[in-house]
Design a binder for this molecule. Sequence first.
Ligand code: AMP
Length: 399
Amino acid sequence: MKILVINAGSSSVKYQLIDMAKKKVLAKGGCERIGLPKSLLKGVSGGKTVEINEDMPDHTSAIRLILDALVNKEYGVIKKMSEISAVGHRVVHSGEDFTSSVLIDENVIKICERNRDLAPLHAIPTAMGMRACKEVMPDTPMAAVFDTAFHSTMPRYAYMYAIPYDAYSDFKVRKYGFHGTSHMYVSQEAARLLKKDIKDLKIVTCHLGNGASVTAVDGGKSVDTSMGLTPLEGLIMGTRCGDIDPYVVEFLMKKSGMTVSETLDYLNKKSGVAGISGISSDFRDLIAAADGGNDRARLAIDMFAYRVKKYIGAYAAVMGGLDAIVFTAGIGEHTPIVREKVLDGLEFLGVKLDKEYNNNLPRGKAVNFALKGSKVKLLLIPTDEELVIARETLALLPQ
Ligand code: AMP
């Protein structure tokens, strides 16, 4: 059984073809600059690097090109399109319309389009990706897998904002949370690694990538998460500010003459560790600069780790205990100094870090890097959002 996973952006479509029986990625890549001059498809197919420079005026032509590459005689990985059993689409925002993955029909596409106010950068491209697949492979079932769905179990008192209730009842303004597929996957993998029933575990999952969020997973369910109505809330990120006094927006506008959208752009794209350091959003650059004595790079790393630590403390309190902390995504998986700074001082919760092992963890493997006897297990679990989307899609197919 082969599942095609599609992640559509405004001018890009990323894809992976996964053989579910063999748990193997057969081909992966992406189309870039869709609708722009010099569009191209870059990927790896059957172990070979593929680069196709071809005009892609819209998402339909990009999907066609991806499928052509998959069946290509020279570097393709399947003989015919009908070998693809289903397509799973990543959908960033479900609003309150969906609490789990669903098979896609016209109504689902329309709801995704209707939710464009909630995910302005993603909703329309996602719907375009769905329509394009429907046109090119009309008989292949498709599923929508939502970044927000895993967080639909949050209690009302956790997801409501303390603004007049009408903002919720009229406009659905509330916390939704994101990275749900990742938080779900790594919490389930944590239970597997610890050989425990997830129902008996209180886990804080830290998805620390360019976008970053922390989730409290109690008994397998998300009970709180750091991102909000949009992915701007919560942790300090590569270029996003995370939690901030909303009054900063008006204050900055008055002082700098920026418009509302310029200010939001500033908070989304120019802030975070990039804005603090003035160097880069990438932790490899920040660590090199900090090692070289750059004070603002050091400050950015300290601020980032401090915010993660605050959320872990808050979520341990929310769940009334803590069995494991999971680190995942680019920074979580590859930056020992961040893990060490986050965990430093959490001994009172029962955290005992194996510092030496933390500095020498194997790549791409799920491991426990707590000292023996640590009440709280410290886990590195590589995330795999595409695999979750493929699994969710498979589960929706008639057996
Ligand atoms: P992601 O969004 O999960 O792809 O994570 C991207 C971020 O992870 C990058 O911006 C880097 O800050 C960080 N990252 C990735 N690889 C490494 C590495 N080998 N060492 C340090 N940081 C890394």
